[in-house]
Design a protein around this ligand. Structure first.
Ligand SMILES: *[C@@H]1O[C@H](CO)[C@@H](O)[C@H](O)[C@H]1NC(C)=O
Ligand SMILES: *[C@@H]1O[C@H](CO)[C@@H](O)[C@H](O)[C@H]1NC(C)=O
Ligand SMILES: *[C@@H]1O[C@H](CO)[C@@H](O)[C@H](O)[C@H]1NC(C)=O
Ligand SMILES: *[C@@H]1O[C@H](CO)[C@@H](O)[C@H](O)[C@H]1NC(C)=O
Ligand SMILES: *[C@@H]1O[C@H](CO)[C@@H](O)[C@H](O)[C@H]1NC(C)=O
Ligand SMILES: *[C@@H]1O[C@H](CO)[C@@H](O)[C@H](O)[C@H]1NC(C)=O
Ligand SMILES: *[C@@H]1O[C@H](CO)[C@@H](O)[C@H](O)[C@H]1NC(C)=O
Ligand SMILES: *[C@@H]1O[C@H](CO)[C@@H](O)[C@H](O)[C@H]1NC(C)=O
Ligand SMILES: *[C@@H]1O[C@H](CO)[C@@H](O)[C@H](O)[C@H]1NC(C)=O
Length: 564
């Protein structure tokens, strides 16, 4: 709704840094540095005039309209359309890191931004299936697809590190801040980001994801055509979540068809309200720092030493303030957020390749221990979606409880169990919680992440698993050559995730397939294994640096045994 695309912003973007010395001479910062803009569009009270500008249906003369058959690229394409390569993140401009010569191999910094990275296709080989491919294996056809996807690129959270940094610059500017060298641009830099909303690039990510899924799985719509129903696609109430689902639907169904061809269900996300997509609002322990934020603490400790070389350089180019490790992270985040929102950021070029590698590890620690194996509250929070997926697999409404909202999940209107295509939008933390709930341990193969240094011994990398528009897919397949013929497999951002090591009864399979009924039974065991009550409400303690498989230490081993 409130898109920041006004004349003021555009002219701010066009400001040239002429007159600002590019050498190390200091320049006094302009007094307006740090002021945030919030230019809502459209203007108050404006609306579409459908009399002067009638819709397509009223104008008529549509010309011939044969629709063709639904695409089914997942089983008709000769090769899979991966999201890879140097021109991958059109239309973003990402420069090379500080100190990188043009003659050296180019470095794609957008792959080192943790949860602020735009998604890109992963290789199944990274998770142990070198020969797997997202296309339906020879002879198999996809009969059902379940998609859980994250919103696209967004503005930062209100008052988060980037806005605080802008404040610090604004304060220092009043006191005569001077900048030079690499930092010269700061003299007339202003904070231009909004908060929380989906950015224009974020819209394109979801729109393209919708198009991609229509191409891959369009044939599954025939299932609805036969019954005369339309699907329910679910999302949540935050504005970026609604816009995410709408852009996905616009890509999938077309504009304006999406307005008529899908029911977009918006579930409230607010403290105390049950919603599988926002489990932290009911899982009390997720809010306890020593249980729900183990990763944040480890990540902040890690950054204390990680950016010394660059901070020394930057501090030599400024007078009137001293940049701290926290500021390094804030500036790196400004690099990511400004690029994702405005298309380009001068902050990116301040940092070296090594800095970006450390920036990624900061996110790796944060997510591994906040919402991955190192978190005692991850699996419990992912349990809502796990139960909902299992309900859709079995055609039976969920029993038992978690953060699910039974008012909705008990209704064939709001929670249909017979769709051939499901698409739920959520947040990255919940996608990761869900992967923990699904016990997809191949994504976290190796020892727990080292607190002080990336040992490269674990397959988990945050930018691969929790980037903008990340998506977790379950493909249900009919494979006549297999016994039983009904098979299932899981994918994350186009990588097929093997289940043989963590799912009892699933044999190693080069395509990542396992018998549908076996997987359902493993997942039912997993639901029984996760103690939502204890993990979310129990009085226990947890340690940093431990692989908990996303679950609280069992009663009696970590703290008291009373549930509070
Ligand atoms: C900026 O100055 C204001 C007013 O003195 C103060 O409240 C605020 O904490 C300062 N912000 C930062 C980031 O230093
Ligand atoms: C799903 O079930 C509902 C209620 O039984 C029915 O009306 C609808 O046609 C079915 N939809 C599909 C896609 O089979
Ligand atoms: C279920 O969701 C609705 C709206 O999304 C909300 O009003 C209601 O409070 C939720 N139920 C529970 C138990 O939180
Ligand atoms: C980085 O700088 C901090 C603070 O100045 C210092 O305590 C630390 O030893 C330095 N670390 C490295 C690895 O140089
Ligand atoms: C809401 O979630 C709580 C657990 O946090 C659960 O006890 C309760 O049954 C749920 N209520 C509904 C209506 O889903
Ligand atoms: C769900 O619906 C069934 C059948 O109407 C009912 O027996 C059950 O109590 C409902 N469960 C919840 C949690 O509302
Ligand atoms: C549609 O797909 C669902 C899920 O695979 C299945 O249960 C249902 O029977 C299908 N309906 C038709 C009419 O093919
Ligand atoms: C989940 O994975 C762990 C580790 O691979 C395994 O020990 C456990 O049995 C699995 N749980 C279920 C329900 O399969
Ligand atoms: C949790 O357990 C600790 C250690 O036994 C105890 O001191 C504390 O009072 C308990 N807290 C609650 C809320 O029960």
């Amino acid at each position: 709704m409130q898109l920041v695309t006004s004349v003021a912003l555009l002219s701010a973007l066009l400001v040239r840094h002429t007159g600002v010395a590019e050498d190390t001479a200091f320049v006094t910062a302009a007094p307006h540095a740090g002021s945030a803009t919030s230019d809502a569009y459209p203007p108050d009270g404006t609306t579409v005039d459908s009399v002067l500008f009638p819709p397509e249906a009223e104008v008529g003369f549509p010309g011939p309209t044969p629709t063709g058959v639904q695409p089914a690229a997942i089983q008709t394409a000769a090769s899979y359309p991966y999201n890879r390569g140097p021109t991958n993140q059109f239309p973003l401009v990402a420069p090379q890191p500080h100190g990188k010569a043009e003659t050296e191999e180019q470095f794609d910094m957008t792959k080192y931004w943790g949860n602020l990275s735009p998604w890109y296709s992963l290789s199944s080989a990274d998770y142990g299936l070198p020969d797997a491919n997202p296309l339906a294996p020879q002879g198999c056809s996809v009969t059902q697809v379940h998609l859980l996807y994250r919103h696209g690129a967004r503005y930062p959270t209100s008052g988060a590190a980037p806005a605080q940094f802008a404040d610090k610059i604004a304060n220092a500017t009043k006191d005569g801040l001077q900048v030079g060298g690499d930092l010269a641009f700061l003299a007339d830099w202003t904070y231009k980001l909004g908060a929380e909303l989906l950015t224009p690039f974020g819209r394109s990510q979801e729109f393209l994801l919708g198009i991609q899924h229509r191409q891959l799985y369009g044939h599954l719509l025939n299932n609805f055509t036969e019954t005369g129903t339309i699907p329910v696609f679910r999302t949540e109430s935050q504005d970026r979540m609604v816009k995410t689902a709408e852009n996905f639907a616009a890509g999938f169904f077309g504009v304006p068809e999406y307005l008529d061809e899908v029911n977009i269900e918006i579930l409230v996300e607010a403290p105390g309200v049950n919603n599988s997509g926002a489990p932290y609002y009911v899982c009390t322990n997720a809010d306890v720092e020593d249980l729900g934020y183990i990763g944040s603490t480890m990540a902040s400790t890690f950054v204390n030493d990680a950016f010394n070389v660059t901070l020394e350089r930057l501090n030599s180019q400024v007078s009137g303030l001293t940049f701290t490790p926290t500021d390094a992270i804030a500036m790196l985040q400004l690099c990511s957020y400004e690029t994702n929102a405005l298309g380009y950021s001068a902050f990116c070029g301040l940092f070296s390749e090594e800095d970006f590698v450390n920036y990624e590890y900061y996110f790796d620690l944060s997510f591994y221990y906040n919402n991955g194996p190192g978190s005692p509250v991850a699996a419990a929070q992912g349990m809502g979606y796990l139960q909902e997926f299992v309900a859709r697999f079995t055609g039976e409404y969920p029993e038992g409880w978690s953060a699910m909202n039974m008012t909705y999940d008990n209704s064939s209107t709001y929670f249909p169990l017979n769709q051939s295509i499901y698409a739920d939008a959520t947040h990255e933390v919940v996608v990761l919680d869900t992967l923990m709930a699904f016990n997809l341990t191949a994504l976290f193969n190796g020892p727990p992440l080292d607190a002080t240094k990336n040992q490269h011994e674990n397959s988990f990398v945050a930018s691969k698993i929790v980037p903008f528009a990340t998506h977790f897919t379950a493909q249900v397949l009919e494979c006549p050559a297999y016994q039983p013929t009904k098979q299932i497999r899981f994918l994350v951002n186009d990588a097929v995730v093997p289940v043989a090591d963590s799912y009892a009864g699933c044999e190693a399979n080069e395509h990542g397939l396992c018998a549908f009924d076996t997987v359902v039974s493993v997942l039912q065991d997993r639901i029984a294994e996760i103690d939502f009550d204890w993990d979310c409400f129990g009085n226990y303690t947890a340690e940093a640096g431990v692989d908990y498989n996303g679950r609280a230490p069992p009663k009696g081993t970590g703290g008291t045994s009373s549930s509070s």
